[in-house]
Design a protein around this ligand. Structure first.
Ligand SMILES: [Zn+2]
Length: 315
């Protein structure tokens, strides 16, 4: 049986998380996105789905390798093999000439990543303060030293002054409390494990959970699904997972124009609750139940979903 699996979550950046966008300079700047707002443009932090995707793919590559998947051992990033279970799911691009040339379309799509809150002036101020790593040491350097370093890395005159303002302290760029809605859409997953080391839904669940731990440039890394009392009177993860062949639920996607956390959670809750489970067509899991489903699925444990366990239970 083939099913689709969608994951909707609001995740929280842990403290001191960086999303670098000028990697070669070791500038701990945050990636920003400008989004339209009703009263003008908004500046928001951005957790690029492309980067999340790379992290997710690596997590799976390591896991398959660990499980002794020989085909995955010849696969990598960016040199994908186009033959392994990972390429069949996440896509592959074969650049070798001849018969092997071509590409496989991905069946896992990542979206979202624009923060809910507007970047505060405080954060903007901090963004302009660069930090550098010189001889492996991150920290406070004189303007002269930084300029020297930047020049060797090809920074031109006009950017040199701006980029060489010394930073007052090394751990300055905290994004604590920034919330990011993220969405994964996985298509036509084979519920049967077959010869694979991991089933396709298992691979999706595993890579989603593992990617969270490794999001962010440099160290420390990591994000976690944000917990809030949104279903009942206890804090539960803002997480909704759909397993389906027919799209019967409203998608809990939050407009990037929303800057208010409370409104965003209300929107997520309202849309999540707009669904009807139909046997063998649509299953929706929310909160702790959804988190548990992903964890058990990722770990190869027994799961509640009848759509996902149909085939495996026959073995
Ligand atoms: Zn491959």
């Amino acid at each position: 049986m083939r099913v689709n699996m969608d994951i909707y979550a609001i995740i929280e950046a842990t403290q001191e998380l960086h999303f670098g966008n000028v990697k070669d300079l070791n500038v701990n700047r945050l990636e920003m996105a400008t989004v339209p707002g009703i009263d003008g443009e908004l500046q928001k932090l951005y957790m690029s789905p492309t980067k999340v995707r790379g992290v997710a793919r690596r997590a799976l590559l390591w896991k398959l390798n660990d499980l002794g998947d020989d085909q995955a051992k010849s696969c990598g990033i960016p040199a994908t093999c186009g033959k392994c279970d990972l390429c069949k799911l996440f896509g592959g691009l074969m650049t070798t000439t001849g018969e092997e040339e071509g590409s496989i379309a991905s069946r896992v799509f990542q979206a979202g990543g624009v923060a809910i809150q507007e970047a505060s002036p405080e954060i903007k101020q901090r963004l302009s303060s660069p930090s550098y790593i010189i001889n492996g040491q991150i920290g406070q350097y004189s303007k002269k030293e930084i300029k020297k370093l930047l020049q060797t890395r090809g920074v031109t005159k006009e950017h040199l002054d701006r980029s060489s303002q010394p930073m007052p302290y090394e751990k300055e760029y905290v994004v604590a409390g920034a919330l990011f809605p993220v969405y994964w859409h996985a298509l036509l997953l084979d519920t049967e494990k077959g010869e694979r080391k991991m089933s396709e839904p298992q691979m999706v669940a595993y890579s989603f959970l593992e990617a969270l731990k490794r999001i962010g440039a440099g160290h420390p890394k990591g994000a976690e699904v944000f917990h809030h009392k949104w279903l009942e009177d206890k804090a539960e993860p803002l997480l909704t997972v759909d397993i389906y062949t027919e799209p019967l639920g409203k998608r809990p996607v939050i407009s990037p124009m929303i800057t208010d956390i409370k409104k965003a959670i209300e929107e997520f809750t309202f849309k999540s609750k707009e669904s009807t489970s139909v046997q063998n067509k649509f299953e929706r899991y929310m909160g702790e139940e959804a988190h548990e489903l992903l964890r058990n699925l990722a770990g190869g444990q027994e799961i509640k979903s009848s759509m996902l366990s149909q085939d495996t239970s026959q073995k």
